[in-house]
Design a protein around this ligand. Structure first.
Ligand code: ADP
Ligand code: MG
Length: 375
């Protein structure tokens, strides 16, 4: 197992014929992955997840920066020398070998003795529910089962320094996904390998990982526990990407005491207010100010008590209702308990502790006095 440190890492792929200049697939970044951590790397398609993973495994040489495992610079080492297991999105199996032989392959390569190999292969077969098919040729298996073998080949060795998964459950049947994710979590608890699990699916990320690394457009925007990402998104992208539906983001101004959305003054908590004051946001005209508030943290009230909004439509989500509302020129969504009445004149109560202020998409917080992208 290893702690992984990325220092000044960045990557550009060579420019294609149509583009004159190569753009960054990964913007310069520093990132530490703790030894034994279970991480999910979460972000939309094309944001750079595979690029980052392949640089860690050694399949790709970064255009800038260095990769360290436990302090040792491994940037020039091959994947094999780095001693990493990697599972890809699509099955990588030897069709002519049996299921058991496919699993034994990485162990034979490492020169393990026959007894150890046999017992590890058996454990892995059990974990994947493939015991009864051990002797079958991989060729005859379904896509699902082939991908399970791929997963098994990544998990069969216990001596690897890290296991990297690149959207490994994409081709797996939905009902099996949950089961395999649970298995992965168990394996992590048993062996405490450093694991990085790439996905674009927040449910997958939040159920697998202790820490989620959220990426967008080649930058890491936040690293945190699922709760931290939900309660305190450091970037509006994180707020909108995580949650179902995501955080509401409303353009606003700051008058020195309150966030002002469409003429309505919203109270901020003391910490937020101090940070906004320290940054002089009331007089800074060049910065884009927004309020972020989760649909779960807004309360519907009647009459003149809160911020008056207009009801656009009601969506029934089963366990609760989702109200689509209009506040001045902007729209927002609110989760409303099922069965609770919806007043004719709707107003909203904003809780200062869950009303977050963003300047140029980044959370306004103590010590964060400027707003460069990509840090
Ligand atoms: P993700 O895994 O998050 O979907 P990738 O790391 O595959 O994202 O890609 C990041 C960006 O780099 C994308 O814009 C993609 O088009 C580009 N890219 C990926 N691989 C190559 C390549 N071999 N050559 C040129 N551009 C690439
Ligand atoms: Mg990818």
């Amino acid at each position: 197992m290893a702690g992984i440190h990325l220092r000044g890492l960045a990557h550009r792929y060579p420019a294609s014929d149509s583009a004159t200049e190569a753009i960054y697939a990964l913007n310069p970044l520093d990132q530490h992955w703790e030894d034994g951590g279970a991480y999910a790397l979460l972000g939309p398609s094309g944001c750079g997840k595979t690029t980052l993973l392949n640089i860690i495994s050694g399949l790709l040489h970064p255009s800038e920066g260095r990769v360290f495992f436990d302090g040792e610079d491994v940037t020039e080492l091959s994947t094999e020398r780095r001693n990493i297991a990697q599972v890809f999105q699509f099955p990588v199996v030897y069709d002519t070998l049996s299921v058991a032989e496919n699993l034994a392959f990485p162990l034979r390569n490492r020169g393990l003795d026959a007894t150890t190999i046999q017992s590890r292969v058996l454990d892995t077969l059990k974990m994947l529910g493939l015991e009864s098919r051990a002797a079958e040729r991989a060729r005859s298996l379904s896509a699902d089962d082939k991908q399970k073998i791929s997963l098994g080949r990544g998990l069969v060795r216990t001596d690897v320094r890290a296991i990297l998964f690149d959207e490994p459950l994409t081709v797996i049947d939905p009902h099996l996904k949950w089961q395999l994710r649970t298995e992965l979590k168990k394996i992590h608890e048993q062996f405490a390998h450093t694991m990085i699990y790439v996905t674009h699916d927040q449910t997958e990320a939040l159920t697998f990982a202790d820490k989620v690394v959220v990426m967008n457009e080649g930058s890491i925007l936040q690293v945190g526990t699922p709760k931290e990402l939900f309660d305190r998104p450091l970037h509006t992208f994180v707020g909108t990407f995580i949650g179902s539906p995501g955080m509401n983001v409303l353009r606003c101004a700051f008058d020195g005491e309150c966030a002002v959305v469409e003429g309505n003054r919203l109270m901020l908590n003391a910490e937020m207010l101090a940070a906004a004051g320290a940054r002089n946001l009331a007089s800074d005209k060049d910065v884009l100010l927004e309020v972020g508030v989760r649909p779960e943290s807004l309360t519907v009230c009647a009459g003149s008590a809160g911020v008056a909004v207009e009801l656009l439509r009601v969506e029934d989500l089963g366990r609760h209702l989702l109200l689509h509302l209009k506040l001045g020129e902007q729209t927002l969504r609110v989760i409303h308990p099922e069965g609770a009445t919806i007043p004719e004149q709707i107003a909203l109560e904003f809780n200062p502790d869950s009303t977050l202020l963003y300047a140029d998409s980044r959370l306004v917080q103590a010590g964060n006095t400027h707003c460069h992208g990509g840090d």
